[in-house]
Design a protein around this ligand. Sequence first.
Ligand SMILES: [Zn+2]
Length: 831
Amino acid sequence: MPVAAHLGFLVPAYGQRNLSGTPEIELALHKLNVLGSVLMIAAHPDDENTALLAYYARGRSMRTGYLSLTRGEGGQNLIGPEQGDLLGVIRTQELLAARHIDGAEQFFTRAIDFGYSKSADETLGKWGRDKVLSDVVWVIRNFRPDVVILRFSGTPRDGHGHHQASAILGKEAFSAAADKDRFPEQLRYVRPWQAKRLLFNIFSFSAEQEKEAREMPRRVDVDTGEFNPVLGKSYTEIAGISRSQHRSQGMGAPERRGPSHNYLVTIAGLPADHDALDDVDTAWTRVPGGEAVGRILAEAERTFVPEQPEKTIPLLLKARPMIAAIDDPLAKRKLDELDEALALCSGLWLDAIADRYAAAPGSTVNVELEAINRSTFPVAWAGYSLISARGASTGHNMDSLAANQPKRVTDAWPFAADQAYSQPYWLRKPHTGDTYEIEDQRLIGMADTPPVLTAKFALRFHDVTITLQRAVRYRYVDPTEGELTRSLVVVPQVAVNLPEAVELFPSEKPKKIEIAVKANVAGAAGELRLDLPPGWRAEPVSQPFRVSDAGGELTLAFSITPPRADAQGRLRAIARVDGKEISSGMTVIAFPHIPPQTIFPDAAAKLERTDVMLTARKIGYVMGAGDQVPEALGQLGCEVTLLSAREMAESDLSGFDAIVTGVRAYNVRADLRVNQQRLLDYVHNGGTLIVQYNVAEGGPFGGRRSGDLAHIGPYPLEVGRGRVSVEEAPVRFLVPDHPVMVSPNHVSERDFEGWIQERGLYFASEWDAHYQAVLETHDPGEKPLEGGMLYTRYGKGVYIFSAFSWFRELPAGVPGAYRIFANMLSARGDR
Ligand SMILES: [Zn+2]
C-alpha cells in the first residue's frame, strides 16, 4: 500500500517489539538483501496459515502479507458483547497483533462478513463480485507479490461460501491485476502487476487429506517445524503465539515442535517443484543497477559486529544513494527499510508524544519530540515536521546528537475546527449492504486507519540526510501494567451517548430515555435536542447542559410518547455547542491484548412501536459468552437479574417468572452445569427455563460425548450442527395453536420478517419424545430442520430450548423476535 504498509512497518501494533538487539539488527540487515514477496489470500481472521506466514516473513525475510477479504464481523464474540461493526474492529486489531508476532503485513477488502454462507454465488451476489474483485486486484497491484498463495480451492469442498469466494476472486485477480484494461481507474496510483505464480496451500488436517497432498505430482513441501536459532523458535511455535491473539474467537493454539509439512501446488503461472519462489530472482540483481547495491549490502550483513553495530553504518550510507537512484517501487521500499536499519545500528530512539490522548477539533495539542543517538557514530538532528492529512508544520534544530544524550523539542499542533473524528476509516460512512463505503481509493486495503498526526524526523549521518516517521502517541504509566502508549485521537467536544441502538415501545405508554452527555473538554455547555419522526413527541423538546470538567458526564432524561399504531422511525440526539451541531457518541473498546479503540457511533436510535404483551416480569439471566439479550428484555419492561455463580448455587430461584441462559452459557459456565439440577427443580416447581444456543459437542444420543451439553434439558436432547443461514428462510408452524405461538401474542409469518444475518445455529439434532418441536425452517434446497425450538412441560413448569438467533434479532429491534421471546418468557401462561 502506498501509505498503509509504510506506516504499518514503522509503527508497532502494540506493546514492545518482540525482537531487539542483535537478532533484530541481523534480521533487518539480512532482509535488506531479500527482494522476494509472498501474499496469502483467504476470507476471515483465522483462515490464514500462520506458520507459513511466519516461515516466509521471519525465516525467509520475504515481504509477506495476508489479505483477509473480511474483518470477521459476522462471527460470534467469545470475550464480550460486541457484534457486527464493533466485532470487526476487535478482529482487525487481533489480526494486527498476530502479524506483529509472525512478521507479516495485514490487508482487507471492503467485504463484510455477513455470517455463514452456504454458497459462493450467494456470497458474491451479496458483496458485489466486481467491487471485491477490484479490491483484491488493488491490493495485488500495490503489494506486487512474486507469489500468491490461496488458502481455499474455490469449490464447494471449502464449505463456507466466503472461503470459496476468496479463492474464486484470488484466481481471477491473479491475471486481472496484470491487465491494464481491468479496473483502469486504479492506474492513477499503481501499475499493473503479474505475479509469477498462484499456489494453493492444500489442507492437511486429516490423514486422508495428508495422503492426498503427498500424492500430488508437482508440489512444494514446506517444513514450518524448522527451528530458527536466531529467533530461538520454530515457525510452528511462532504460529501458536500469533494465532492465540484471536481471542475473540477462542483460537488459543499450542506452540508445536517437530516437523510440520505444508503443501503448495501451482494452479497458475510457472510451476514450482522445490520452493514457492522457484525461478524468482529474490536478490538485488532483479532491479536495474541493483547488482552493486547487493554487493555492498551483502558485505554489511557479513561484516556486522554485534558489539559495534555502528561499524555497519558506513556501508549502509554507501549503498543508500545508489538505491535512491533506482526507479522501482521495490527500491523505494528498501530505502525505507535501510533508513530504519540505520536507526537500529545507531541505537537511535525517536519519539513523538502528545500531552493528552484525546483532542477536540479546534484545540491544540503540545507534542514533545525526542531523539537520542545511542552510539558513537556522529548523527545530527537536522529538523522535523508534524504532518496530518490536513497539512504540515516544519521546525528546524540543527543539533548534533552526542552519544546517549537526549535532545527534546516541543511543538504545538492546532487541529482545524472541522477536523474529522478518529473514526476507523471503513466506518466513516454508513453501510447498508454487505460492503463498506470508502470514498478514498488509497485507503482501501489498509488494515488500520493512518495516525491522525505523524512526526517526521530529518537526521544527518555524515552528509546523508534521512527521514524517519513516528506516529504521535500518548504515553502513560499504569501502576500495574507499567509504561503504555495509546493512539492520539480526535474526539467531539461532547459525546452524545444513547442508551440503546433500538428503543422498543411495546405499548402506547410514554417511555423515559436517558441520554448521557460526556464532555471531552472543560466547561462544555450547550443544548441537547431530540429529532423525532412525525407522530412521535419528546418532552421536553430540548434541555440546556453544562459540564465543568473534561471527562465529566451528565444524564438528561426525555420522555418519549410513541404513536398509537405500529410505527417505525429514527431518533437523533443533537447537541449544540458553540454554534456547532454534534450528533456523535463515543465508545472505547478496551481489552488487554489489543490497543484501545475509540469508535464514534451515530447518536441515533431505531424507534420501534409494536404491541408486545408479556405476563412475565422478573427474569433471571445466566450470561454466557456475552450477549445483549438482557438489555433487550429490559426494553420489554422486564426486571432482569444477572445470575452470578454464587446465586446459581445458593439463591432462591423461585421468585423468577423465567430464567434464560445466555448464548454458549453451557459451554463457558461450569457453575451452570454444576447447578443444572437446581434449575430443573426450579422448572419442576413451576418455573420457566429458556435455553439459547450452545456449541454442539456431542451428547446423550452418541457422537463425541462431552459433559458440557449432556444434561442441557430435563429429557435427553442432542445439540447438533444444523444451522439456517438465510435470514429470509420460510418458517413453518408445526403444531396448530401451540401455546408459545398464540399467547399472549399471536405469532404469524410476519413475525419472521426483517430478521438479520441468519435464522439460527446449532439446532437440536435429536430429542426425546417428551419434547414438542414447535417450528421448522431450513436453508433453500436443504432438508427440513425441526430442532430450532423444542418445548416441554416438566412438573409444573415449562422448558424451552431455542437455537434461533435471538441474540442478533432482539438487539437489532426485530419486532417479531420480541413478540416470540415474550411468549416464551410467558410460557407458563397462568400468571
Ligand atoms: Zn474462515
